[in-house]
Ligand binder design. Structure first.
Ligand code: NAD
Length: 455
């Protein structure tokens, strides 16, 4: 039995049965036979089913957002935004499925045809995270289903109710019960799935777990994609004009969803010429936010999902202050019910401090003054991660020149903390392997077959 706890109150919402090796084996067998029938349906039929799911998400948004907020602690408006964001991604996938999943003719000669067909992998396993269960979920299970796979979906133990709602809605939309199954549970459930013989593993979560999964899956010789953590840098150059606007926008990039985004801005470098103005405006913005119960309207900083996180953040603050950082605002656990931490801004930071090197995944940021672009590039590159990097400048050429030197899957000019369905979402180094979204993400759940047709 597993307790589902509301992170804003510490109270148990409900207790659910966890899967064990026996129930997982049973679900797997069902998926194995269900996949064959699902793959034999036409792509148009599968698209029609997912189109229905897309509509149901809209119809049920109030109910789904309430559940999401209750179990992960994010403000209600941010839960609604997430579901709408997931719908936008599904829309893109629906609109591009035919283009990227149909047979591709490479040579069309009189006596030779060469073409590529995209066959489903089979039964795939998706072990997922809690911070954006809809967004990171649809990145995987929607293209997987469109391509004709069956899916064992293990939501994070912190987003179980959302996972079960997704299953209900997919079934209502017409995905057969033996084509999509939820594996309920935490680490042990995930570990069981690694013993089973899925035709592909798609993981979203931390580097530590991702590395463990990658090692376990390797001998199976099946695709294993990992979307992992980040320590995403942002650099404000000296030529920017609207410093207050940039400070407000980048503060949102660091603190939205309480900083619990894989592509949250995790460290900021600011050119010395604009540093003072930027920091003043940034702190003013952070102090303006309402902290409170996530289901209260107007709240921007809700509860942190995991109860361990406030302690980890407090530890990062202590470490920074011991090494002579300056605390401009926040820095403390908010005592009382639920997992709360004050939005925190640290300056006079350097790379000897945890806050500039380890993923914080919370409402905390270090801002560091730099002398020039070379120093900024060196610091931005000083990380084990490589998910995104961002540069604010009047000049696109200057920003692109800087970003080309950063080993990250995504580069942002004058924006941050955003994802587009049409672009590959991929991490480098400890941020992951493989890509979701875009045409690459649609085809990630297929195996190409080459056809040489002579006659
Ligand atoms: P986590 O690694 O703790 O857990 C992720 C999932 O793995 C959960 O479902 C968990 O139950 C399962 N799991 C844990 N141990 C396992 C094991 N030994 N075997 C099999 N499964 C196991 O990560 P989290 O706390 O859920 O998510 C936060 C992390 O995810 C952050 O590092 C964040 O940056 C990253 N993330 C990355 C992306 C991306 O797109 N790159 C998106 C969202 C989150």
């Amino acid at each position: 039995m597993m307790n589902i706890v509301n992170p804003a109150s510490g109270e148990i919402i409900v207790t659910v049965n966890e899967d064990d090796s026996k129930s997982l084996a049973h679900k797997y067998l069902l998926l194995k036979s269900g996949q064959v029938a699902w793959a034999s349906r036409s792509l148009d039929e599968r698209i029609a089913v997912i189109e229905k799911f897309y509509q149901l998400l809209d119809e049920e948004i109030a109910h789904l957002a309430r559940i999401l907020t209750e179990e992960v602690g994010k403000p209600l408006q941010q839960s609604r935004n997430e579901i709408n964001g997931a719908r936008a991604r599904i829309r893109w996938m629906l609109d591009h499925a035919v283009q990227y999943l149909s047979d591709e003719i490479v040579t069309d000669g009189p006596d030779l045809k060469e073409l590529i067909s995209y066959e489903p992998l089979g039964v795939v396993c998706n072990i997922s995270a809690w911070n954006y269960p809809y967004l990171v979920g649809v990145n995987v299970f929607i293209p997987a289903l469109l391509a004709g796979n069956a899916v064992m979906y293990k939501p994070s133990e912190y987003a179980t109710l959302t996972g079960l709602e997704i299953e209900k809605l997919l079934n209502r939309a017409g995905v057969p019960a033996d084509v999509f199954k939820v594996a309920v549970g935490a680490k042990e459930t995930g570990a069981h799935l690694l013993y089973m013989n899925f035709n592909g593993y798609f993981f979203t979560g931390s580097y530590q777990t991702g590395k463990y999964i990658y090692e376990r899956v390797a001998p199976k010789m099946v695709p294993c994609q990992l979307e992992l953590g980040g320590k995403d840098p942002l650099y404000v150059t000296d030529d920017v004009k609207d410093i207050a606007g940039i400070a407000a926008g980048t503060a949102d990039g660091a603190f939205y969803n309480n900083g619990q985004s894989c592509c949250s801005v995790e460290r900021i470098y600011v050119h010395e010429k604009v540093y003072d103005k930027y920091v003043d405006a940034f702190v003013k913005e952070v102090k303006s936010w309402k902290i409170g119960l996530p289901n209260e309207e107007g709240v921007y900083i809700g509860a942190l999902t995991r109860k361990e996180q406030p302690g980890l953040l407090e530890n990062q603050v202590k470490d920074a202050l011991q090494k002579q950082a300056t605390l401009l605002t926040g820095g403390n656990i908010i005592e009382g019910k639920g997992n709360y931490f004050e939005p925190t801004v640290l300056t006079s930071v350097d790379h000897s401090m945890k806050v500039m090197k380890e993923e914080s995944f919370g409402p905390i940021i270090g801002i560091m003054k730099v002398k020039n672009d070379q120093e900024a590039i060196k610091l931005m590159q000083d990380t084990a991660y490589g998910l995104t990097a961002s540069v604010y400048s009047e000049s696109m050429d200057r920003a692109r020149q800087i970003l080309a030197q950063i080993d990250s899957g995504t580069g942002y000019w004058n924006c941050c903390d955003r994802v587009s369905a049409g672009l590959p979402w991929s991490g480098r180094k400890h941020s992951g392997i493989g890509a979701t979204l875009s045409h690459q993400g649609l085809r990630a759940f297929t195996k190409p077959k080459s056809w040489h047709l002579r006659g």
